[in-house]
Design a protein around this ligand. Structure first.
Ligand SMILES: Cc1cc2nc3c(=O)[nH]c(=O)nc-3n(C[C@H](O)[C@H](O)[C@H](O)COP(=O)(O)OP(=O)(O)OC[C@H]3O[C@@H](n4cnc5c(N)ncnc54)[C@H](O)[C@@H]3O)c2cc1C
Length: 213
């Protein structure tokens, strides 16, 4: 269904403020459940902007019109510097401006939350949801990946390409012993054939234009 900004319906079941990572997913789930949803976004569309389409340029986005331009208050502990807090102000929010690293978090953290009383939040209980998100493009390394990774989900997830030897040594040194390559929490990258796959496109795309039939 194409979106005509001159013919916005008078009423919606639900209004979501902000089309970021969270808002987009919630919008899509509500649309799929049969609700009429309006998503309001303060930022612009951003489609076609090379700064957003090329994820390797994510560090430049903070100084662009696609960012809110927030800063921490200057403080003696930061040598009175007002350190920037990048926050996406564009369709897709920070999901459109981020570095596209796919982190699940460490399984032990989830299990600790469960043990502290967060029933249902253990890693094994969350794993089906993680797998449902993913369309894993990595190798099947002897079965472990199959059990831990999902296929056919909306997010393309792949192992990062092999780094140069020196970078590899530094990376492993830097993350060990918390992470080991192949662990379920090992950082992986989200791919879209080298370009950013924006949530509004794969989720509730475009805003207001994906209403139930
Ligand atoms: C530079 C950067 C790099 C990052 N890299 C990674 C990474 O590699 N991997 C990872 O997992 N995470 C990364 N993150 C974090 C991740 O992107 C965010 O945690 C996540 O996108 C936040 O989602 P959200 O829905 O909470 O908020 P957001 O995605 O920020 O969405 C909020 C939306 O609400 C809109 N909004 C705010 N106020 C209003 C208003 N009054 N009216 C209308 N709209 C409004 C904003 O414009 C924005 O679009 C990164 C974040 C940044 C900033």
């Amino acid at each position: 269904m194409s979106f005509d900004p001159h013919h916005i319906p008078d009423a919606f079941d639900i209004i979501i403020v902000g089309s970021g990572s969270g808002g987009s997913v919630v919008a899509r789930r509500l649309v799929d459940a049969g609700h009429d949803v309006l998503v309001l976004e303060a930022g612009g569309d951003g489609r076609g902007d090379p700064l957003l389409e090329d994820p390797t340029r994510w560090m430049q986005v903070g100084a662009s019109r696609h960012d809110w331009g927030h800063h921490y208050a200057a403080h003696p502990a930061t040598l009175n510097r007002a350190i920037p807090i990048p926050r996406g102000r564009v369709l897709g929010g920070c999901g459109t401006t981020n570095a596209m690293m796919w982190y699940r978090g460490h399984p032990a953290d989830y299990d600790r939350w469960r043990d502290l009383g967060c029933t249902g939040w253990g890693f094994a209980e969350c794993l089906p949801a993680f797998r449902a998100c993913e369309d894993w493009a990595g190798e099947d390394r002897g079965g472990a990946d199959c059990a831990l990774r999902g296929r056919g989900g909306p997010l393309k997830v792949a192992p990062p390409p092999p780094p140069p030897p020196r970078a590899r040594a530094e990376r492993v040194e830097g993350v060990s012993p918390c992470f080991r390559e192949g662990d379920p929490s090992w950082p992986t990258s989200r791919t879209g054939r080298g370009t950013r796959r924006r949530k509004p496109y794969s989720g509730a795309s475009p805003v207001g234009g994906h209403r139930r039939a």
